[in-house]
Design a protein around this ligand. Sequence first.
Ligand code: GLN
Length: 471
Amino acid sequence: MELTNLTITQLHQGFKDKKFTSVEVTKAYLEQIKKTDKSIGAYLAVTESLALKQAEAADKIITSGKHFSMLCGVPCAIKDAILVDGEIATAGSKILENYVAPYDATVIKKLKTQGAVILGKTNLDEFAMGASTENSAYQVTKNPHDTTRVAGGSSGGSAAAVAAKEAVYSLGSDTGGSIRLPASFCGVVGLNPTYGSVSRYGLIAFASSLDQIGPMAKNVEDAKIVFEAIYGKDQNDATSKNYQFEESNINLKGLKIGVPKEYFSEGIDPEIEKIIKSAIQKAKDAGAKIIEISLPNTQYGVACYYIIAPCEASANLARFDGIKYGFSETADNLLGVYLQSRGRGFGAEPKRRIMLGTYALSSGYYDAYYKKAQQVRELIKEDFTQAFKKVDVIFSPVSPFAAFKVGEKANDPLSMYLVDVYTVAVKLAGIPALSLPAGKIGKLPVGLQIIGNYFEENKILSIASQLEQLF
Ligand code: GLN
């Protein structure tokens, strides 16, 4: 039996039946990382001693005969923007080189309570700014299906780790598409939860009104197990909401699926369109009703997002001044320290966003850019509110094309921003969405995006697991 092929549920059963131990599974994963990660580059740090310690502790719980949770003893990978006490947390930036997290993010605390095993910290675009993981200050993560191509971003390391069997599941974060896009490119399941359903405490902030942590996994059931372990109200995150996840028994039969007419316009690869339309047809064959809807303001999504996200980023990144955290340059005076540390510590993309953001927030331009973008954000939200009066869920592509070549868009920020065309509107509205592997172009996976209404992760997950059987 190949241990690295097993899902969370299979591992849990295997632990119960004493077929293998968590230490054995953990060692199999550490071995796999040693074997394959040189060519993939999913991990920035492998936390081997932590993992083995946690695996031993999990085995004690398992062999004690007491009840143990689904994630107990199951090895996972964590995006390097999420704090794990005592481990590095670079957020993919040189400015946080050697920064060691002084506490656990709430999601990590929750995973640890369940007995999780943490294999390491995964690569990302610097401060999660990007769509290919090429903006990391450290390395480029390659797509396990074709190593000449990108893994998607910004949670490229987390997606590639699962796809390359270097972790059972992982945590990523999604601000404008960063869970769904790499999930789609790497052929794994990725869930962007409703804004407020998962605590952001201990996630290095990019754009606080958009950032959300979520699971990436081998299948829908695993993603659901992880989501159930990490969601919930947290007193350390005032935007987290108190709500109860309940199993949904929604069925494909009679399900009303909205398909936005604006989402199949020019720019989409015809092969992607074919896969998404065939996925929709399969849902229809299973009894779903397909309803054409309109999301007319989505066309402003990218423009609106690339004002709001940099504005928030410019404020969030102000704390990295060379004094309080990580990388610091010496200079004759305090201003010099700031300028030198920030100038050398930040890469090109964060600098670009800091400049865009501070410009859009400056007194002469605030009304024209930031305020206008906030108004457009309301219109985008309203589009979805209207749509969900008519349909249960919305289907769309995750990306207009499959994984592109390493280097293809790296020097063209605008074309990199356009990769987000199908993912940002969801974030501006704050609703949940999942990427489900729906087919392949050659060897490259393609994800279907299933979008739900606020706090309807349960519906999305239920529909996704029914579709998973059909694809
Ligand atoms: N590609 C988008 C950006 O660069 C989204 C990133 C994300 O979701 N973290 O901002």
